[in-house]
Ligand binder design. Structure first.
Ligand SMILES: Cc1cc2nc3c(=O)[nH]c(=O)nc-3n(C[C@H](O)[C@H](O)[C@H](O)COP(=O)(O)OP(=O)(O)OC[C@H]3O[C@@H](n4cnc5c(N)ncnc54)[C@H](O)[C@@H]3O)c2cc1C
Length: 313
């Protein structure tokens, strides 16, 4: 029996998320193959072939000009699932979207947000914004699951295993893409960043949120946002941190003008150190913060940036 790991993909993808997914997949006790997306840049596939426990890497070949949509990838995975006992993907927006499409096509109940794997049938995941953990068992013949990569360690190295290209089958796209909007490629990916700077309602406006960018760039950090900042249109949805956003695991998380609602905290449970800047001493974020600064962020942020610039010069 063999498990297929769907490698997370985005521009400038690091090897760490797929390495952690492989570790999770190995806990099922079967051989592990990995599918990477896009033949144009094969560096991820080549690096993946040298991760311990991987027996085969497939590259889903797509023309360099073509942007693969979730429908295309689910469509390509469907015939492959005849050969595989399980599909493991990251619990990201893309991972959840693709696995849910595939699970619906195969009439399998997908397991999302898995944080621990005990054996082939038994899994654990947080529920109610992380207040409880539940153990679940899959009754399906095949497993389709998304994994919280922050809960698994990367695997070690091995001699490279075979890498082969798979042709892209014809798509049955159900959506028409009207526009692709490029995001800032220079900043680290939120789900993998070691430092995250996030803004909430307290930043006050879109312009206020943009002021965080300079601070993030000074620290080489990713930007994040609370749901309110997203709902207000100050930040794009893919930056939302929390229960219904991205679950992050940076070494350092700096929250500016974020109250610390339970749904937000659900996304930062795996953060190392947390620094909160808030003018309300009673803000719940201070209960989880390692360091708290009480004050107006509009005054404190320029001071912090200046101190950092002085330190760096
Ligand atoms: C089903 C569900 C899912 C949800 N999922 C998410 C999620 O994934 N992520 C998420 O973030 N939220 C989520 N929410 C929303 C969540 O409940 C909160 O409403 C939200 O997190 C609050 O955002 P905030 O902290 O930016 O705003 P607020 O709660 O309004 O807090 C703003 C904070 O800024 C401080 N402040 C104001 N001005 C300043 C200033 N000048 N200087 C310093 N501090 C200042 C205030 O004291 C306050 O503490 C969800 C809610 C539900 C019901």
């Amino acid at each position: 029996m063999t498990t297929l790991v769907l490698a997370p993909y985005c521009k400038n993808q690091s090897i760490e998320p797929v390495s952690k997914l492989i570790n999770a997949a190995l806990k099922l006790g079967d051989d592990v193959h990995v599918l990477t997306i896009g033949a144009a840049d094969q560096s991820l596939a080549q690096a993946t072939s040298k991760l311990a426990g991987v027996a085969q890497v497939h590259i889903l070949a797509a023309p360099p000009s073509d942007v693969l949509e979730f429908d295309d990838i689910a469509c390509a995975l469907r015939p492959l699932m005849g050969e595989y006992q399980a599909l493991i993907a990251a619990n990201t927006g893309a991972g959840k979207h693709i696995t849910l499409l595939l699970a619906a096509q195969l009439s399998i109940a997908p397991l999302t947000g898995i944080s621990a794997i005990f054996d082939r049938q038994t899994f654990e995941r947080p529920i109610y914004a992380g207040s409880l953990f539940e153990q679940i068992s899959s009754q399906d013949d095949k497993l389709i699951a998304t994994i919280r990569t922050a809960n698994f360690k990367p695997v070690g190295d091995q001699a490279a295993c075979p890498v082969s290209e798979l042709p892209l089958p014809p798509s049955n796209r159900q959506v028409e893409i009207l526009e692709h909007i490029e995001t800032n490629e220079e900043r680290p990916d939120l789900s993998q960043a070691t430092i995250v700077i996030a803004g909430g309602r307290g930043v006050g406006s879109k312009e206020g949120f943009r002021k965080l960018e300079g601070f993030a760039d000074q620290l080489g950090a990713a930007l994040g946002a609370s749901r309110i900042a997203v709902d207000m249109g100050w930040a794009p949805h893919h930056l939302q941190v929390g229960q219904t956003g991205v679950q992050i695991a940076p070494d350092l998380y700096i929250a500016l003008g974020i109250s610390g609602a339970v749904q937000h905290i659900a996304g930062i449970k795996d953060a190392g150190k947390i620094i909160a800047i808030n003018k309300d001493v009673e803000a719940p974020i201070f209960k989880v913060a390692d360091y708290g600064i009480i004050g107006d962020l509009h005054t404190l942020l320029p001071q912090l940036q200046k101190a950092l610039a002085d330190e760096q010069s």
